[in-house]
Design a protein around this ligand. Structure first.
Ligand SMILES: O=P(O)(O)O[C@H]1O[C@H](CO)[C@@H](O)[C@H]1O
Ligand SMILES: O=c1cc[nH]c(=O)[nH]1
Length: 242
C-alpha cells in the first residue's frame, strides 16, 4: 500500500535500505554499486531504488535534509515496508583539528539541538545510539579495506546556518566527530519502531577551517563510504563468511 510519501507496494523494498540525504546520491549509488536495479519511488523526486549488491537485495532511497524529513521516510519504510536495517550514508561537517575533508565517520551516538526525542520519550533524554553490531561490522569492513574511520558522537542540528557562533568550538571540546542534520532523530525513529540503524558520513566541510567540497563532489565522490556501508551489511548478514 503506498504511503503519502512513498509510491511503492509492500515487497518493493529490500529489508535493508541505504539512506543518503540527496536523492541524486541515491541514484548514483544504485547506478554505481547495484545490479538488477529498478526504481521503486519517485514521489517528490525522492528517488528510491531496489537492486542487488554482490547478490544481496538492497534498497537505496533519498531521505531529504533534516530530522523531520528522514523521520517520515524511516518510519514509513519500517512500518509499511518491513524494513529492518537502515544505514544513513551522509555528508557532515568537522570541527576537530585532526579531521580532513573526505574522512569517514561513524555515529555511535548522536547529540542534538532538536526536541524530537523528548517529544517521543516523555520529555526525558533518550540516548540516541546506533545498533552496536552494525557499528562493529561496518568498522570491520573499513579495517578490511584499510580505510581509517572515526567512531564517536555526531551532532544533529536543526540549523545548518547556526546563529550560535560558539557552538562549533563547544562541539570540538566534546570531541564531536561530525555535524549533520539527521542521525539523532533517525536513531530515535529506529528505537521507537524497533529497527536497527546506523549513520556513516563523509566529511564534506571543515566548519572551523572554512574548507568544503563542491555540490558535485557531495553527490558522487563518496565511494569509499558507500563500499564500507555495503560491505558492513554483508558482514552483518554473515560475519564469518565475507
Ligand atoms: O549529505 P546529506 O546526507 O544530506 O547530509 C548533510 O547534508 C545536508 C546539509 O547540506 C544535511 O542533510 C546534512 O545532514
Ligand atoms: O549538516 C552539515 C552537513 C555538512 N556540513 C556541515 O557543515 N553541516
Amino acid at each position: 500500500m503506498p504511503t503519502p510519501h512513498i509510491q511503492a507496494e509492500r515487497g518493493d523494498f529490500a529489508d535493508t535500505v541505504l539512506l543518503p540525504g540527496d536523492p541524486l546520491r541515491a541514484q548514483y549509488i544504485a547506478e554505481t554499486f547495484l545490479t538488477d536495479v529498478r526504481r521503486v519511488n519517485a514521489v517528490r523526486n525522492m528517488y528510491g531504488y531496489t537492486g542487488r549488491y554482490r547478490g544481496r537485495a538492497i534498497s537505496v532511497m533519498g531521505s531529504g535534509m533534516g530530522i523531520p524529513s528522514i523521520s517520515i521516510y524511516a518510519k514509513e519504510l519500517i512500518t509499511d515496508y518491513d524494513v529492518k536495517r537502515l544505514v544513513r550514508v551522509g555528508s557532515c561537517g568537522a570541527v576537530r583539528d585532526d579531521a580532513q575533508l573526505r574522512d569517514i565517520v561513524i555515529g555511535m551516538g548522536a547529540c542534538t539541538d532538536s526536541k524530537v526525542n523528548r517529544i517521543r520519550f516523555m520529555d526525558h533524554d533518550l540516548a540516541a545510539i546506533a545498533d552496536f553490531t552494525l557499528v562493529r561490522r561496518t568498522v570491520e569492513a573499513a579495517e578490511h579495506k584499510g580505510l581509517p574511520v572515526a567512531v564517536g558522537n555526531l551532532f544533529s542540528t536543526d540549523l545548518f546556518y547556526s546563529p550560535q557562533e560558539e557552538l562549533a568550538d563547544m562541539m570540538k571540546r566534546y570531541g564531536i566527530v561530525g555535524v549533520e542534520m539527521e542521525a539523532a532523530g533517525f536513531y530515535g525513529v529506529a528505537a521507537e519502531f524497533g529497527a536497527r540503524a546506523l549513520t556513516v558520513c563523509t566529511v564534506s566541510d571543515h566548519i572551523l577551517r572554512g574548507e568544503s567540497l563542491s555540490s558535485e563532489e557531495r553527490q558522487s565522490s563518496f565511494d569509499d563510504m558507500m563500499e564500507i556501508a555495503l560491505e558492513g551489511v554483508l558482514r552483518d548478514d554473515n560475519p564469518a563468511g565475507v
